[in-house]
Design a protein around this ligand. Structure first.
Ligand SMILES: NC(=O)c1ccc[n+]([C@@H]2O[C@H](COP(=O)([O-])OP(=O)(O)OC[C@H]3O[C@@H](n4cnc5c(N)ncnc54)[C@H](O)[C@@H]3O)[C@@H](O)[C@H]2O)c1
Ligand SMILES: Cc1ncc(CO)c(C(=O)O)c1O
Length: 309
């Protein structure tokens, strides 16, 4: 049974994951190579906890778990039943972490990666017990979004998948087991299909960025939270989908490289909220207000969707 979890990497995703797992009654050790990331994560726990309160997520009867921060990798993974690797999306950075923990952990300790889309089969090449490695792909913000993809690589033992799926369920989250280890898994394949078309439409001047967001959020997004794509096909009618897709599919963006607009911005260090400018501009005050407003709205929508409005 999983009780002790180590999170390696406390950037965008780590702090919310730590807070959510502790709320599920688990004992979390949180580690990062960067002291500044540890301090930032520590300061974010309270905010995440108040969002979990607003969501009405109660700890189990045995009580709430704990989050302890450490700057020592050996200390973080010592005695852990599960390690969640959450470092940047780069195979060699992730492989360094697997090599570093290999001799520090028991052969049956599960090592999960929060990779956004690197096939688990590739990551398994860098660990001595590949049968205990699994993909555990959270969605951002991880303390609010309940769905987590679980992905087996070619060498993952079925029991490893079952253990992680059951753990996710046991703390009230929603596991989705992906049946094939395809790049991007399912969530990001769907999201990146949408983002490729959205960027292309803005880049070609078909629509302004603000209007693109209004169109997608109020036209598609709002609806799809209630009626998933497969159900939507039935609602629209497969005959309609057949007619429209017969001419539209051929006209959709099929670019297989990164769009020039994205390269231009990233080359100028315009990464979005984290750098103050991306598709839009953000002052620190606006960022703080936006994050609060988004958390409030996501909490409200989730409560309604769960029938707890
Ligand atoms: N950002 C998202 O929306 C999102 C969503 C789901 C999954 N993911 C995936 O989660 C992983 C982490 O993403 P993120 O956005 O939190 O990244 P991030 O860049 O915000 O944070 C990564 C953290 O890892 C730390 N780090 C780097 N090397 C390390 C090492 N050797 N040991 C310990 N810590 C180390 C960095 O100091 C940093 O704090 C990636 O694989 C990413 O693709 C990201
Ligand atoms: C753009 C983008 N890319 C990856 C992920 C998750 O892997 C997300 C997300 O969770 O929101 C994302 O927005």
């Amino acid at each position: 049974m999983i009780q002790r979890i180590a999170i390696i990497g406390l950037g965008t995703m780590g702090p919310g994951m730590a807070a959510r797992l502790a709320r599920g009654g688990l004992q979390v050790a949180a580690y990062d190579v960067a002291p500044v990331a540890i301090e930032r994560a520590r300061s974010m726990l309270g905010v995440a906890d108040s969002v979990l309160d607003a969501l009405g997520i109660a700890p189990p009867q045995a009580g709430v778990g704990t989050v302890r921060f450490t700057d020592d990798l050996g200390d973080a993974v010592s005695g852990a039943d599960l390690i969640i690797e959450n470092v940047p999306e780069n195979i060699s950075v992730k492989a360094d972490v697997y090599r570093a923990i290999d001799s520090l952990i028991a052969s049956d300790t599960i090592v999960a990666s929060d990779t956004s889309g690197i096939p688990i089969t590739k990551l398994q090449e860098h660990i001595s017990h590949p049968e205990r490695m699994v993909g555990m792909h959270w969605s951002n913000p991880p303390h609010i979004i309940p769905m987590i993809e679980v992905i087996a690589g070619e060498k993952t033992a079925p029991q490893t998948v079952t253990t992680i799926r059951d753990l996710i369920r046991s703390i009230g989250l929603l596991p989705v087991v992906v049946k094939k280890d395809v790049p991007g898994f399912v969530e990001n394949r769907v999201l990146y299909a949408l983002l490729r078309e959205a960027v292309d439409l803005v880049e070609r001047g078909v629509i302004d960025p603000e209007d693109l967001d209004t169109c997608v959020s109020w036209g598609i997004g709002y609806k799809i939270a209630v009626i998933g794509p497969m159900a939507l096909l039935d609602m629209a009618g497969l005959d309609i989908y057949k007619s429209v897709s017969s001419f539209l599919n051929a006209d959709l963006s099929n670019r297989d490289d990164v769009a020039p607009m994205v390269l231009e911005k990233t080359n100028a260090s315009k990464f979005g909220i984290k750098s103050g400018e991306g598709m839009f501009s953000y002052t620190p005050e606006q960022t703080k207000a936006l994050q609060g407003e988004r958390a409030r709205k996501l909490v409200a929508v989730r409560r309604i969707l769960e029938g707890r409005g």
